[in-house]
Write a protein that binds this ligand. Structure first.
Ligand SMILES: [Zn+2]
Length: 330
């Protein structure tokens, strides 16, 4: 998704609706009400263990694949008033898409966007793919910590593309969030964003701010041993997905080459409102989905609903379905 489109997309500094509600409520209560309301709030902050977890799976989901541990780490969600036309944008197919959402009982209104960065642990190294929205809305770092991972222990950060919901977490209060990490991005994608005449805030505060810390690589090049970039143009023109392989198994980390977990998979030619080139994005999806099924690869998509990891199944020519893996608590 993109940050520079006024729409249902989430700005990198968006605040979750729940916090807004609480703040607004406190403002409306006035001083006395604030004092009364602040007491339970303070207790909740000092005794988090007593509060029920707000996210299923406590914000992260681990899966062993070959010799890798692949952890989907949620950056949280943002409110989405209407799924269409953003996530199935073809103007002539709106009725068909709406019927499919109804058939699969996927909420078309008052739903949420998910954001799912991925951490891979392999050969003693930690590689993070995409960094969430950052700001007050981003929950990546909090959920990494729930998984027992401190941000300074990340060795490598790879960025699939330059949209704000993927780069927003690169910095925190003007400093690199992952202070000890090697930052890596595709050269063409990086250059496209940092050479904009009027770059947006997410680009300024993250890509441009960390300009000298990025190592720039090419499609098909290795990020670290075991992880290779895959050219998946269309969502952005130089978008890169990641193929991670170990011990005879592999996972395709799609980034936004996945699109919508139901519509982009089921319908050849379907595209997303944030795709820079919808036709190219749809063609790329056909190729990468076919490769995933043919290679029996695991798959994860950045905006698929958490836990966002599983396999693809071919429904028919050019039509696929996402099969989330059966939940494993360990
Ligand atoms: Zn996105």
């Amino acid at each position: 998704m993109s940050n520079d489109t006024p729409s249902n997309d989430t700005p990198s500094n968006a605040t979750p609706a729940r916090s807004l509600d609480r703040r607004d409520a406190l403002r409306l209560l006035g001083t006395a009400g604030v004092l009364a309301a602040a007491a339970p709030l303070a207790r909740a902050q000092t005794a988090p263990a007593a509060a029920p977890a707000t996210l299923n799976g406590n914000g992260f989901y681990r899966q062993r694949i070959g010799n890798m541990t692949v952890t989907v780490v949620s950056d949280g969600t943002s409110p989405l008033a209407a799924l269409l036309p953003t996530w199935g944008a073809n103007p002539d197919r709106q009725a068909e898409f709406a019927a499919t959402l109804a058939e699969y009982n996927v909420a078309a209104q008052n739903t949420v966007n998910h954001f799912n960065p991925v951490l891979i642990e392999l050969d003693g190294k930690r590689i993070l793919i995409d960094t969430g929205r950052g700001g007050t809305g981003g929950q990546l770092v909090g959920n990494l910590r729930r998984a027992g991972i401190e941000p300074e222990t990340i060795n490598t950060v790879f960025i699939t593309h330059g949209h704000g919901d993927h780069i927003g977490g690169l910095t925190t209060a003007g400093k690199p969030t992952f202070a000890n990490a090697q930052h890596i991005m595709g050269e063409a994608e990086f250059n496209f964003w940092v050479t904009q005449a009027t770059p947006n805030d997410a680009v300024k505060n993250n890509l441009i701010a960390l300009k000298d810390q990025f190592k720039l690589i090419q499609p098909g090049q290795e990020i670290v041993p075991g992880l290779t970039t895959v050219a998946t143009p269309g969502h952005t023109l130089n978008h890169l997905s990641v193929l991670a392989q170990s011990g005879g198994q592999g996972i395709m980390i799609l980034g936004d080459a996945g699109g919508h977990f139901l519509l982009s998979l089921k319908y050849r030619g379907a595209y997303v409102g944030f795709d820079t080139n919808g036709d190219q994005a749809a063609q790329t999806r056909q190729q990468i989905f076919d490769r995933i099924v043919s290679g029996n690869l695991w798959v994860t998509g950045y905006h698929f609903p958490f836990h966002a990891i599983g396999h693809l199944r071919r429904l028919g020519e050019g039509s696929y379905e996402f099969e989330p893996t059966v939940w494993n608590w360990s």
